[in-house]
Design a protein around this ligand. Structure first.
Ligand code: NI
Ligand code: MN
Length: 222
């Protein structure tokens, strides 16, 4: 599969279908890629905060992508004329032959001060591997259950601190999840997010830490 990083928590996974996660591009001072340049079949939104919902509406309108989100965000997107599919924490759906499960995240969720349900993470079951995108979250012990039940090959984990886990907690999450590859995210976008991939790498043992430049695409073979 090919993975492209757009900065913050935004990734495009291309494994036949193009799956875009948390497309926060135009608001990201570090990201030069325009929403109009991005193609997607499926967009996953972990929660309502602007740095995650981001450019979802524009990209979904441009591309006709289906948007997968928690019920409250789905309702919001339907009002914008978006083809949105709702779900909730613990459940799974099949979209275009890809099984997508919504898992817990310990974090709030709102949009323009309106209630947006809970925050979530996603487990994406591709033919060539299982990916866990944690969304925004603090460390929680039930990441061990995510490992036991879904055995992710790739974990995308926030490391920036303040609004999510910092590097120490994210390194503990790697222990809980034991993926083959971990990709740090949600750092450096704003000065307040102080965790760095260099510090994170020092704390992670026996798991490959894959660090992306913003806009970089890597071919990932498991
Ligand atoms: Ni958030
Ligand atoms: Mn965030």
């Amino acid at each position: 599969m090919k993975i492209t990083y757009f900065g913050h928590s935004a990734f495009l996974i291309n494994s036949g279908k193009k799956i875009l996660i948390d497309p926060f591009l135009s608001g990201n001072p570090k990201c030069k890629i325009k929403p109009s340049d991005v193609k997607a079949d499926i967009i996953l939104v972990t929660h309502g905060h602007e740095d995650h919902l981001g450019d979802t509406v524009e990209i979904a309108k441009n591309t006709g992508a289906k948007v997968i989100a928690i019920h409250e965000i789905q309702q919001f997107l339907l009002k914008q004329g978006i083809n949105a599919i709702g779900m909730n924490i613990g459940g799974s759906i099949n979209v275009d032959g890809i099984k997508i499960r919504m898992v817990p995240a310990i974090h709030s969720s709102s949009f323009k001060n309106g209630y947006m349900g809970h925050s979530a993470g996603f487990v994406i079951h591709l033919n060539d591997g299982v990916i866990y995108h944690a969304g925004d979250t603090g460390l929680f012990g039930d990441m061990k259950l995510i490992r036991e039940l879904y055995n992710p090959d790739i974990a995308m984990l926030p490391i920036g601190d303040v609004y999510t886990m910092g590097v120490k907690e994210a390194a503990k999450a790697v222990e809980f999840l034991n993926p083959k590859i971990v990709i740090p995210m949600h750092y450096g976008t704003f000065p307040v997010l102080t965790g760095t991939p260099e510090e994170f790498k020092k704390l992670v043992k026996n798991v490959d830490v894959l660090v992306f430049e913003i806009g970089e695409t890597k071919e990932v073979n498991l």
